[in-house]
Design a protein around this ligand. Structure first.
Ligand SMILES: [Zn+2]
Length: 113
């Protein structure tokens, strides 16, 4: 399942953020998931619950921020409304996705003994 590989890289990123500290416990992680990133947040939560056992995220709650898709004109920067034709009404340039396809580890909270 795709969500398991995301959790794997999430845990790897947390490990990289924690580095060589051995006196820190990871208490929470916060991730941003774009609405068109192709991630099922329910499955991601389930995958995290299963996968985190025995990792340094074992005691860390995960919070997911859903990022709405946002389209813009590459020339004038105009926002293209959802559901509209994905083209700038002024410049007639095809819109590009400015947000909504990201998977980002935003924050890791550590408790230091
Ligand atoms: Zn434009």
């Amino acid at each position: 399942m795709h969500e398991y590989s995301i959790v794997q890289s999430l845990v790897d990123s947390v490990a990289a953020a924690v580095g060589t500290r051995t006196d820190a416990v990871v208490r929470s992680v916060r991730v941003s998931i774009g609405e068109v990133a192709g991630v099922d947040c329910g499955l991601l939560t389930t995958a995290y619950e299963v996968f985190r056992a025995g990792t340094l995220c074992e005691n860390a709650a995960m919070t997911i921020d859903r990022i709405p898709a946002r389209w813009e004109c590459p020339l004038c920067g105009a926002a293209i409304p959802r559901g509209a034709v994905l083209q700038c009404p002024q410049c007639h340039e095809p819109a590009f996705m400015a947000a909504g396809d990201e998977i980002i580890l935003q924050r890791v909270e550590l408790e230091v003994a």
